[in-house]
Ligand binder design. Structure first.
Ligand code: NAD
Length: 537
């Protein structure tokens, strides 16, 4: 009955695409690799969102007083669940996103397990109170304490349906917070299943499952969460919607972490190992069908090796198998959303009309089966072309010619984004020198920039339009904390520090103290010392 209603309110064409109406009550879920209808998910209203936040606040009150041992125990159970259920999770992810089976395992399960492992091992170390110097307050001790903020909102995109959920859940739980997730409407079917199963693990461990909650819907549900009584927001998505979330956070003055788009440069110097660089560029451009915030969106190749690089990349890409993993092993899968498919098609056609040369691919594929775009290579792309400036988020390799190191850096930095980056050279000193000049939150030497994610001790995040704040590592964990500065007694001296009433000589004495401590040279310090005994007011 619900399905019949949905069909009336949300038009689903024969190609499985739909235009989300603003007043939608349900989300129809479709497998983009096969156009199979998976089911429907109810849209949460603003009142539902507020109620979820209230429940999360109640659950968080008890959770914040748990010990690190208890939190680690829960993370271990969630890790065991992930490992035990990995095949089921991969199948669910595949069906909702059309990605390949191998990408589901390597891109969703593996980084998630690694994040659990890192957090179980290191979380407490970075959350324990941290003594710092008390400076001149010799009679006092100083320390930083890491308190939970309360309820974290995580508004997340569609490219990694499992990993995007668990990634913020791990630091939120470890730091004593509760979390309300707003998964993307494009992968609501799998997200609902994943969040339900995480809640079951929490409940089985004897804790309140309301520590993790999902609110489902389109943009308005995300907007309602951003305006709700949450204590902090992690937004992962487009720059356009990131701006809206920043506006909402400004109304209540709450902290936000913005993980937005990218246009990563992948620099291949003339002394690079071409075979190594080509294979890494394939990973950078075609993993998850290019639907990666840290995709290598611009391959900057030096003149002297450009033709060889292009030939080898084309040779390998032409061999790619595309389709649904349900029909056998494939290299690239489908495009998660039909809107994204249109964005990719428009970007490629636009580039060709601006003078880019199509080497391979360039159009939709397997139209009778699902939403696919051929793995594509565009050569002779110039930095002025729109495709070289705007995020494509699809299986498209752009080859841009560069003359030398300075030219490569200039082009790499010439876009509004600054997420990750890669530099390839056999001279590691040269590669490091180039990388240090790149305006990016992350750089990888002789590797595709996305690999930084696997070193969970590192932070993840960008500069410029790619966002601010950090996920992962120590700083990502602490971004979910109130970092409280505390001054405490070192000795049991209970003497009043008499500031008032202000004495006639106070100014002179403190002026002497400042010169004595901070004065330049012995003469000034000596003058300061004498002032301490000056009898004149
Ligand atoms: P999107 O901005 O369309 O949607 C992201 C989330 O925001 C979804 O859950 C959506 O429902 C919600 N949303 C939409 N309008 C909203 C509003 N007004 N207020 C609050 N929430 C709202 O992004 P997308 O298309 O799902 O994801 C693709 C983008 O995400 C790309 O630009 C990609 O680079 C970026 N991304 C960044 C990272 C990173 O870590 N930097 C990771 C993955 C994806």
């Amino acid at each position: 009955m619900i399905k019949a209603k949905i069909r009336m309110s949300i038009p689903i064409s024969t190609e499985g695409r739909f235009s989300p109406p603003t007043q939608a009550t349900h989300i129809p879920c479709v497998d983009p690799a096969t156009r199979e209808q998976l089911g429907v998910i109810r849209v949460d209203s603003a009142e539902d969102v507020d109620a979820a936040v209230v429940r999360a606040k109640v659950a968080q009150k008890a959770w914040q007083s748990t010990s690190f041992d208890e939190r680690r125990d829960l993370l271990r159970r969630l890790l065991a669940h992930t490992v035990d259920q990995k095949d089921e999770i991969c199948i669910t992810v595949q069906r909702d996103s059309g990605k390949t089976r191998e990408n589901a395992l390597m891109g969703e399960i593996w980084p998630t397990c690694e994040k659990f492992r890192w957090m179980i091992k290191n979380g407490e170390k970075y959350l324990r109170p941290e003594p710092v110097s008390s400076g001149l307050l010799l009679h006092k001790k100083a320390r930083l304490e890491y308190h939970p903020l309360g309820v974290i909102a995580a508004i997340i995109p569609w490219n990694y349906p499992f990993q995007n959920i668990v990634n913020p859940v791990i630091p939120a739980l470890m730091s004593g917070n509760a979390i309300v997730l707003k998964p993307s409407e494009w992968v609501a079917w799998s997200s609902a299943k994943f969040i339900d199963s995480l809640r079951e693990v929490i409940e089985a461990a004897g804790h309140d499952p309301d520590l993790i909650q999902a609110v489902h819907g389109y943009g308005p549900t995300g907007a309602a969460l951003a305006r709700s009584a949450v204590d902090s927001i992690l937004f992962i998505g487009s720059v356009r919607n990131g701006r809206r979330v920043i506006e909402a956070s400004a109304e209540r003055v709450i902290p936000v972490v913005m993980e937005l788009g990218g246009k990563d440069a992948f620099i291949v110097c003339d002394d690079a190992d071409i075979e190594q660089a080509v294979h890494a560029s394939l990973a950078g451009c075609y993993i998850n069908c290019g639907q990666n915030c840290v995709a290598s969106e611009r391959i900057l190749v030096y003149d002297g090796i450009y033709d060889r690089f292009e030939r080898r990349a084309a040779e390998l890409v032409r061999e790619f198998r595309q389709g649904s993993s349900r029909e056998g092993v494939v290299d690239v899968g489908a495009i998660v959303t039909p809107l994204q498919l249109e964005v990719i098609e428009k970007a490629v056609n636009g580039a060709i009309s601006e003078g880019a040369r199509l080497v391979t691919g360039g159009k939709r594929a397997l139209r009778d089966k699902g939403d696919y775009f051929e793995p594509t290579i565009l050569a002779d792309v110039t930095p002025e072309m729109e495709i070289a400036r705007e995020e494509v988020f699809g299986p498209v390799m752009l080859l841009i010619r560069v003359r030398d190191d300075a030219h490569a850096v200039e082009i790499a930095n010439g876009v509004s984004y600054g997420l990750s980056s890669s530099v390839f050279s056999k001279d590691r000193g040269r590669a490091r020198g180039i990388a240090s000049k790149l305006e990016a939150g992350m750089s990888a030497i002789n590797e595709f920039g996305g690999v930084t994610y696997m070193a969970q001790g590192l932070t993840f995040g960008g500069v410029k339009a790619s966002g601010f704040g950090r996920m992962n590592g120590r700083d990502g964990l602490r971004s979910m904390c109130n970092i409280k500065a505390v001054v405490d007694d070192r000795f049991p001296i209970n003497q009043p520090n008499r500031i008032f009433p202000v004495g006639k000589k106070d100014y002179g004495v403190f002026s002497g103290v400042i010169e004595l401590i901070y004065g330049k040279g012995l003469a000034q310090r000596w003058r300061g010392f004498l002032k301490l005994f000056d009898r004149k007011p």
